[in-house]
Design a protein around this ligand. Sequence first.
Ligand code: PLP
Length: 432
Amino acid sequence: MTAAPDPTVLPLDHLALCGRGAAPALVFKDRTLSYEALNRRIGQLASWLAGQVPQAGARVATWLPKSELACLRAALPERLGLHYAMKANPYAPVLRHMAGLVDGFDIASGGELLLAEAADVPAAQISFAGPGKRDADLEAAILRGVTLNLESVREAERALAIGERLGERPRLAIRVNPDFDLKGSGMKMGGGAKPFGVDAAAVPALAKRIIASGAEWRGLHIYAGSQTLDAAAIAEMQAATIALAARLAEESGAPLPACNLGGGFGIPYFPGDLPLDLDVVGAALGEQLAELPEVLCETAFCIELGRYLVGEAGVYLARIVDRKESHGEVFLVTDGGMHHQLAASGNFGTVVRRNYPSAIATRFDAPMEEEASIVGCLCTPLDRLADKGGFPRAGEGDLVAIFCAGAYGASASPVHFLGHGPAAERLVNTNH
Ligand SMILES: Cc1ncc(COP(=O)(O)O)c(C=O)c1O
């Protein structure tokens, strides 16, 4: 008799921790990989990486985005474009990898524009949202034909003036500050007073001004929040976004060439988190797009996702340089920490600090033996990668692995603090 399936849904990178020995871990078309073999492969990968990356700390992105994207495409309406918000992971090989998989890139600065350009992302696929664009940023975007998602009336005036001075026709969309937010979102970007976007009530007048100026009108960008696992909340937000876009298009007196519906797709970081139900999101959006009002019939819709595409693909590795006890508690002190992987330390927008999934990468096979905290090498109590987790006994030289580290890692961490140096990054392909 087979055991009843365990109803707990865990991220894919928990797989190696779910069984032991000869039990099947992965069933392929032509063969089965046991937990023992899987752990050996992970161990080989970890030591290959350790050889590749001798310096302190290492963040690694793997092949996973491709499979996530394949799932996404199947679940979401065909008409919907998919954009990558490169703030989640701007590592050049990841950008190059993503360029072949998505329909557009969302950038947030002139610096990200240069990175996207260096990764051969065509300018026509890039849209630029973010407050505080300087004239030099606007000029670079206009010269290249990047779409600007304007964050204020004043920014629109500056963009129009720069376009005129350069003799270029800027491609302009308005980022809307909607009157709603994304329920359950860890990071709300709309609803009420916000530094992001133009208040919905002021959008029709600005749209008319842009259209009358002769600039290329690119429509609306409406981003209400990030990181939710609640499919109903995303469906509700998307429906509200489409209704708002229709109303603003009517009031502006012109159809919308394009409408970015935002994102917000979260990933399960913590025990008890359940992955987002894509089928629910896809079905609801499919219904919405099938019943569009006249003014949106020709509109090109897209969503923009960051962490959903890359977050679960990354593993952060750091080496234990000291094992110590203090008042009966074990501390595994590593050569990495929050200067490489701030988010895992709980200091990047989390209200209650919880442990990211973590393991001793050089001892996947060993049973859990003790409670220990994995800390970094910064002189601050904030620098804690795992707080009182259960691990096999580990010591100097062992590697720790922090999973779900593919988004908001190296580029979102205070790398210069205390001068330990940056994390090395590698894109690993499955042949290794
Ligand atoms: C405008 C915009 N787009 C995309 C994102 C990416 O969010 P996530 O990585 O949660 O998908 C953010 C995050 O703050 C954002 O502000």
